[in-house]
Design a protein around this ligand. Structure first.
Ligand code: COA
Length: 393
């Protein structure tokens, strides 16, 4: 298969064809960035790679290189028909505002992992900061500092829409945070201006050989495991909602222990608009949190709430001015993370365990209903309309 050469990642003009390749993941993000020297070393080592890593990985290398050397993507978006430059632009843009230092680090980690795959050791081959563990992510930035694991959804160009890969990575990251004894709090947040735009609707357009039924079955199983990871999560979970939130990123909040929102955040669950039905156990948690009629207004009639309205209904713990949101919230979380960890975890478990069996049953029922919905004409037509509307822009 003709692909662009490994040496051309510092250039923007080379073309390549797309082939679906298994995603190669980044090492878990380190809080510290790589130095320019380490980055240069990684760049040189890249040319020694023997195997072609596939287009998806090469796109990541390209984007990280651009971010590391230039900073966030600020060039004009290529036209719809300029496919290759558009996909390169998208990948670069998706890195959002991560710093050049962090981009150098991710670049070093990625090259290191490719070299390791070919038989070398990343630590020897590229003297990047060694990854804190062997865990790797492509759609998330995950870091642990001050006893807080932060899981940052990191597809800002797509408003952090959740792909199947991202669902898997979040399940993984939650598992890691649950097992890591140094972790007291686990925090979700989004990169860029959105918290999350919910399920990536293109998940519905990738129809496998077994047809729509197989897609619905696989999607249902993934959703069941995803929601289960939250139901069973044993430590305090915090959402730092930095901007608008849609769909499953909103419904799942019913299982968070603290939800802090910036004033600019909104909360929207447009399920009936999409021919779908609620998930994330919201059909149970929402009526309990806000009462049945307000829950129906959101889950049936697509009412979008402001942060203040969501706080009045009890879905959000507290709203902060946009200007002081990050500093105030993180100051608070760092102080909470110093509380005795066992006391926090055991207290959370006491509060949540009374509902656990019921939540699993609700999850099963919601997934069953959704699998049927995903095969319906109502859902198919709604998803097609979304992409047709985008194509017309
Ligand atoms: N699934 C797939 N792609 C999505 C997405 C989603 N849930 N949310 C955003 N995107 C993509 C857009 O298609 C667009 O891609 P493009 O740049 O290749 O055209 C990109 O992200 C930016 O979104 P855009 O629509 O241009 O930004 P916006 O600020 O005008 O609107 C949203 C943002 C989230 C309001 C709008 O994209 C939207 O309604 N998305 C669908 C949300 C949804 O229904 N989620 C499922 C709930 S169950």
């Amino acid at each position: 298969m003709a692909l662009f050469s490994l040496r051309c990642f510092t250039q923007t003009s080379r073309w390549f064809r797309f082939s679906r390749v298994p995603a190669l993941k980044f090492h878990k993000s380190s809080m510290m960035g790589a130095t320019v020297e380490q980055f240069e070393e990684a760049k040189n080592k890249m040319s020694t790679l023997k195997n072609d890593p596939g287009n998806e990985v090469k796109l990541k290398i390209y984007a990280l290189f651009k971010q590391a050397t230039h900073g966030p993507c600020d060039s004009p978006k290529p036209g719809m028909l300029d496919f290759v430059n558009k996909v390169k632009w998208d990948t670069w843009k998706s890195l959002g505002t991560i710093t050049q230092e962090e981009a150098r680090q991710q670049y070093c980690n990625l090259i290191g992992s490719l070299l390791a795959k070919e038989g070398g050791s990343p630590a020897q081959e590229v003297s990047a900061q060694p990854a804190a563990s062997s865990n790797t992510y492509t759609t998330l930035l995950v870091s642990t500092q001050d006893n807080i694991t932060t899981i940052q959804l990191n597809r800002p160009a797509k408003k952090n829409a959740i792909t199947t890969e991202m669902y898997e990575e979040i399940i993984d990251a939650l598992q890691q945070a649950a097992e890591d004894t140094s972790v007291v709090l686990t925090v979700f947040t989004g990169a860029g201006d959105f918290y999350c735009s919910g399920n990536d609707l293109s998940n519905f357009t990738k129809i496998p050989e077994g047809g729509v039924e197989q897609m619905a079955k696989a999607g249902g199983e993934l959703l069941r495991r995803y929601v289960k990871a939250y139901i069973d999560f044993p430590k305090p979970l915090v959402a730092v909602v930095n901007g608008p939130a849609v769909g499953i990123s909103v419904t799942i909040l019913g299982m968070f222990d603290l939800v802090y929102a910036a004033e600019c955040a909104t909360f929207h669950t447009p399920f009936s608009q999409l021919g779908q039905s609620p998930e994330g156990c919201s059909s149970y948690t929402y009526p309990r949190i806000m009462g049945a009629s307000k829950a129906c207004e959101m889950l049936l009639f697509n009412k979008k709430l402001t942060a203040v309205q969501a706080c009045e209904l009890g879905l959000v713990t507290e709203v902060f001015p946009d200007s002081s949101f990050q500093s105030e919230v993180w100051r608070r979380l760092r102080s909470y993370a110093k509380l005795p960890p066992n006391s926090l975890a055991l207290s959370k478990q006491l509060i949540r365990s009374v509902d656990k069996d019921r939540l699993h049953a609700v999850n099963d029922a919601e997934v069953e209903r959704l699998m049927e919905r995903w095969m319906s004409d109502e859902c198919f037509n709604a998803v097609m309309s979304f992409f047709q509307a985008k194509a017309k822009l």
